[in-house]
Design a protein around this ligand. Sequence first.
Ligand SMILES: Cc1cc2nc3c(=O)[nH]c(=O)nc-3n(C[C@H](O)[C@H](O)[C@H](O)COP(=O)(O)O)c2cc1C
Length: 192
Amino acid sequence: MRLPIQILAICGSTRQSSSNHHLIQAIRNLSAGRFAVTQLDSLTDIPHFNPDLDLTADSAPAAVQAFRAQLAAADAVLICTPEYAIGVPGTLKNAIDWTVSSMHFSGKPVALVTAGTSGHKAHQSLLGTLLIIESKIAPAAQLVVSSVKTKVNDQGVITDAATEMQVRKLVDALEAVVLGKEEELLPAPSLF
Ligand SMILES: Cc1cc2nc3c(=O)[nH]c(=O)nc-3n(C[C@H](O)[C@H](O)[C@H](O)COP(=O)(O)O)c2cc1C
């Protein structure tokens, strides 16, 4: 395994001043030296999922092929997303739908952070999706950050001590999964 661990970060929000984007920045800073975090440019470049455009190898739209290539090159994926109308943002679910048949999440270590006003419903829903497409998600690599706007600032600094500790544990858990050391993880506290 080449180090640092190569992480593809996906922000479920397309908003310019997204708290989830700020959380990705915070995780990049907290994991420096251990993770090299590359953020996916934009979910909005990925067209609406249509299986008819994906019938043969290499027939998928260019943006989809680029997304899949970034997933394939990454050792692990970090998803930070808000909840919209008690669900997963459509742009994020759309991108993931393109990977169901291509299996790009199969066996891929994933850390899932859902951050918003609340976030629990979207978290449950997205967790179900990621598990059915065979992502490897340790319980300690899952986190819901409610009231996120009071916990991370626009400089990518986590301003809430408890949240910072939870994020550090999430980084440890994702690293352990990538390095095949999951058995060393302590059980995670219940999210719900
Ligand atoms: C259309 C819309 C629907 C939302 N629905 C929910 C919701 O169901 N649950 C929730 O916790 N937050 C909800 N929110 C609040 C977002 O979670 C919050 O604005 C969050 O900060 C957005 O993430 P971002 O800062 O990364 O863009 C909603 C926001 C918008 C714009």
